[in-house]
Design a protein around this ligand. Structure first.
Ligand code: NAP
Length: 248
């Protein structure tokens, strides 16, 4: 795999789970990694320690992705400290699950705010720097359920399906300046998010996964690393599944 030299990458929600694995994988490829987090400073510091253990470097940047002004301030800081942002991974995400009949406004709005608005705010700010540099990679972490639907997850699924449309629109708009935009749709990956599922549900999921296991965060991270490398220069506007075969 081509090494990413002196590139500056921002991973939203880099404190835990898939985001942490992505931060470490990008560091391994030589990028300076900005680890965004919202409420887990110790976990974020642990990610940064792991980045440094890989011989890489980075910094912590706390902001809630759903706060447009906080995102703008964070990007002002990135611009003045680094003068560039080459890679954005919109990974921060939450899920508020339950039946449609009982879903509260707040749960719907909160999920859309973090997963969809947050990705939009970060991509808009990142695109200014990338268009100027005539090079950029934006990866949106969607979900297999954004492609296939899932009962009990109307807000989450809507936000993840929205990310797929956003990816394609942005890819068309930014392509002429060599900025690629792709979505990744993970299936069930072992993280805090899926650890919250009860055993019965996990057993049911397993039956739907031809490869017969949950995925690992690092497997998703390796795909992100590839898509942000020079080897993926001709891939844009794509939705790439990594789900053990549960959706084909
Ligand atoms: P996770 O273990 O719950 O971690 C979520 C991450 O998002 C944390 O680092 C958290 O940081 C951050 N975050 C949450 N709200 C935030 C906010 N408002 N602003 C900034 N950061 C915020 O989740 P995960 O399983 O790694 O999932 C990562 C992404 O992959 C999500 O977008 C998720 O929807 C997607 N995904 C996951 C799976 C799966 O099976 N795990 C499958 C498909 C897609 P703090 O703790 O600091 O708040």
């Amino acid at each position: 795999m081509t090494e990413i030299k002196k590139r500056v990458a921002l991973v939203t929600g880099g404190s835990r789970g898939i985001g942490r694995a992505i931060a470490v994988a990008l560091a391994r490829q030589g990028a300076f990694v900005i680890v965004n987090y919202s409420s887990s400073p110790e976990a974020a510091q642990e990610t940064l320690n792991m980045v440094r253990e890989q011989g890489g470097d980075g910094e912590l940047l706390k902001f809630p992705v759903q706060d447009s002004q906080a995102v703008e301030n964070a990007f002002d800081g990135i611009k003045s400290r680094h003068g560039q942002l080459d890679i954005l991974v919109n990974n921060a995400g939450i899920s508020r699950d339950g039946l449609l009949l009982r879903m509260k406004d707040e749960e719907w709005l909160q999920t859309l705010a973090v997963n969809l608005n947050g990705s939009f705010f970060c991509a808009r700010a990142a695109s200014r720097l990338m268009l100027k540099a005539r090079w950029g990679r934006i990866i949106n972490i969607s979900s297999v359920v954004g492609e296939m639907g899932n009962a009990g997850q109307v807000p989450y699924v809507s936000s993840k399906a929205g990310l797929i449309g956003m990816t394609k629109a942005m890819a068309k708009e930014l392509a002429s300046r060599n900025v690629t935009v792709n979505a990744i749709t993970p299936g069930f990956i072992e993280t805090d998010m899926t650890a919250a599922l009860d055993d019965k549900l996990r057993e049911e999921h397993m039956k739907a996964i031809p490869l017969g296991r949950y995925g690992q965060a690092d497997e998703v991270a390796q795909l992100v690393a590839f898509l942000t490398s020079d080897n993926a220069a001709y891939i844009t506007g794509q939705v790439i599944g990594i789900n053990g075969g549960m959706y084909m």
